[in-house]
Each structure stands twice: as structure tokens, then as C-alpha cells.
Write a protein that binds this ligand. Structure first.
Ligand code: DQA
Length: 167
């Protein structure tokens, strides 16, 4: 059966290429989507893409991924740090979700070190730029189902790639 992943971007990520290039690089969102879809296609995976600046639209999109996709690669943007609604959306579906950040969110302003979304995800990838999305595709292909869970930062060694293990 055809494996299908969904690539989701949250608020302000439509501004990639223009937005703070010293932090996020010069690739546009479209360029990133093309690169990640091509990478996934090389692994036999079909990938759809979605971006929104609106929390409700993102919640609807995550809900719709249930049963429709085999995995979700998700950069929640600033929602990462405060949206319990999106964390609950990720927790509502059984489709595994990998959280990705272009930047090293743990090495920037203190508020960025906290992710309220990641505990519901199977993995968190940060600080690897666009390559991080490709790592997320590989993690999904490995078939992880355990979630990181509350307080994962204290239970896993710090690093750019944190994958949940079954406890
Ligand atoms: C980001 C990091 C977030 O803190 C920020 O709000 C973003 C982008 C990243 O990809 O590095 O919008 O998710």
C-alpha cells in the first residue's frame, strides 16, 4: 500500500526566505516543501503539504491526518511554545507526528526551549535546518509509535534529534 506523509507548517513559516534569514536560512517554504517531497518520493513515500497562520485551521488539518496519513512532519512555529490546543490535536490522533524546527530552539530565547507540542509527538528534531525535515521522514519510516511524553527533556539526553522509546 502507498505510504503517505503530511508536511505541516504553522504560523509565519510562509515567510521563510524573507523572515530572519540569519536564523532560518534563505530557502522559501515552497523550496523546502519541494525538497522534502522529493526526498520522501525517493523513499517511495507520497507527501502532501499544508501551511496556515491560523490555529483552528491547523487543528482541523491535524485531525484530518488521522487514518488518512501514515505520518506527519510538523513545524508548529511559535505554536510550539504555547498552544495546548495543538498539542491536544496531536494527542487526539494515532498517526505518529515528528516535531521539526529549523533553528536550535533550545539555544535561543528561554521561551523557545519549551515545547508544549513535543510531548504528544514521537520525536523532536531541531537545529538541523532543512535537513531536519529529511531526518523526520526517516524517523517516521522507522515506524515509531511511543510518544515523548511530559517532561521528556529531563528523561532523554539533550540533542538535535530526540526519538521516544517504549518505557
Ligand atoms: C521555529 C522556531 C520557533 O521558535 C519559531 O517561532 C518559528 C520557527 C523553527 O523552525 O526554528 O516560527 O519553529
Amino acid at each position: 500500500m502507498q505510504v503517505k506523509f503530511l508536511l505541516v507548517h504553522g504560523p509565519n513559516l510562509d515567510m521563510l526566505g524573507i523572515r530572519e534569514p540569519d536564523i532560518y536560512g534563505t530557502d522559501t517554504l515552497e523550496g523546502i516543501q519541494q525538497r522534502v517531497c522529493a526526498y520522501a518520493a525517493g523513499k517511495g513515500v507520497e507527501m502532501d503539504c499544508f501551511q496556515s497562520n491560523h490555529e483552528g485551521a491547523l487543528i482541523d488539518c491535524i485531525h484530518a491526518a488521522h487514518a488518512a496519513y501514515d505520518g506527519v512532519v510538523y513545524n508548529p512555529g511559535a505554536h510550539t511554545h504555547y498552544s495546548y490546543a495543538l498539542r491536544d490535536a496531536v494527542g487526539s490522533i494515532s498517526t505518529p507526528v515528528v516535531e521539526v524546527h529549523l533553528s536550535a530552539v533550545d539555544q535561543r530565547e528561554p521561551f523557545r526551549a519549551i515545547s508544549v507540542v513535543a510531548p504528544a509527538c514521537v520525536a523532536q528534531v531541531k537545529g538541523l535546518g532543512v535537513e531536519g525535515y529529511e531526518r523526520a521522514v526517516d524517523i517516521l519510516l522507522e515506524g515509531h509509535t511511543a510518544r515523548l511524553g511530559e517532561g521528556f527533556e529531563a528523561r532523554y539526553p539533550a540533542g538535535n534529534v530526540i526519538v521516544a522509546r517504549h518505557e
